[in-house]
Design a protein around this ligand. Structure first.
Ligand code: CA
Length: 289
């Protein structure tokens, strides 16, 4: 198995950096600091980082086809106009669960947002995975989730991969791209106990998953068909939270990290990049079409 080292590309001094996605048009990464309630857009070529505070914990952000940013927070979905900084509250699918917040979320290739929730107290089974259509209708698609995390779609658009972190599994669903329906949930990868827990993930052009391991300090490249561990990227901190391909040819892997509860790690909370992987990613899809 090949191993790689990650390099720091930006020190945003985040508490819990998460949810990176590549904005092809701006050649920038959108990402969040969940605990600080901040949405950011980082331009690797200039090192510029734009930041907007949204006054609540924010678990995910995606760009929209209209140039806004759509995010999931503790009070539901919200839209941010990056030009004016104006924040608009949208639907909250869980008004009766104030301890819940949105966690990881991502758009499918058709531009629907899939975003999950979790209890801030990590209560077992308190979260759900939601689908938000381009018309804005919100539907609960998976119930009894504990920490809703990584999402990815196969390149043929027929399989959706999904992580509920404490299960230590990557699951797959059959995915209907036209209707946006999921079925036939099954485990495709089991993460060994000593490697940490699966958190955010992305997929490359060869159909292999890149899974960030919280409490593991690695990103693992895994074949979802065989379960085989192919590559490992090592980090100087243990809370590796999520990853996304970016760069002009989607050849760079950007990885977010967070602070450990007790360990003092000088590099935790920074954004990292891994180059020279020899494989390219798939685009981060925008919301709406
Ligand atoms: Ca996460």
């Amino acid at each position: 198995m090949q191993t790689y080292q990650a390099s720091c590309i930006f020190d945003g001094k985040a508490t819990l950096a998460e949810g990176p996605g590549w904005d092809e048009e701006r050649q920038a990464i959108v990402w969040v600091d969940i605990e600080k309630g901040k949405i950011s857009r980082f331009y690797p070529s200039t090192q510029r980082n734009e930041t907007w505070a949204v006054s609540q914990k924010v678990g995910c952000v995606v760009r929209t086809s209209e140039g806004d940013l759509l995010a999931g927070g503790q009070e539901g979905l919200l839209k941010l106009n990056p030009e004016s900084g104006e924040v608009t509250s949208l639907q909250n699918p869980e008004p009766d669960l104030p301890v819940n917040r949105f966690n990881d979320g991502k758009c499918d290739p058709q531009g629907r947002l899939w975003a999950g929730t979790m209890s801030c107290e990590e209560e077992e089974g308190a979260g759900s995975l939601y689908r938000i259509t381009n018309e804005g209708s919100v539907k609960r698609m998976v119930e009894s989730v504990t920490i809703s995390n990584g999402l990815a779609w196969s390149q043929d658009g027929r399989t959706m991969y999904y992580i509920d972190t404490p299960t230590r599994h990557v699951d797959a669903f059959d995915f209907d791209p036209v209707e946006g329906e999921i079925s036939n949930r099954r485990h495709v990868i089991e993460i060994p106990k000593d490697m940490g827990y699966p958190d955010g993930m992305t997929i490359d052009a060869e159909g292999k998953l890149w899974v960030a391991m919280c409490h593991g300090g690695t990103v693992l490249r895994i074949d979802p068909l065989s379960g085989e561990l192919l590559h490992q990227v090592d980090f100087p901190c243990v809370e590796t939270t999520a990853c996304a391909f970016g760069g002009s040819n989607l050849e760079r892997l950007f990885v977010t990290t967070g602070l450990h509860k007790t360990l003092k790690e000088p590099d935790a909370g920074k954004v990292f990049v891994v180059d020279g992987l020899g494989v390219c990613g798939v685009p981060s899809f925008a919301y709406g079409r």
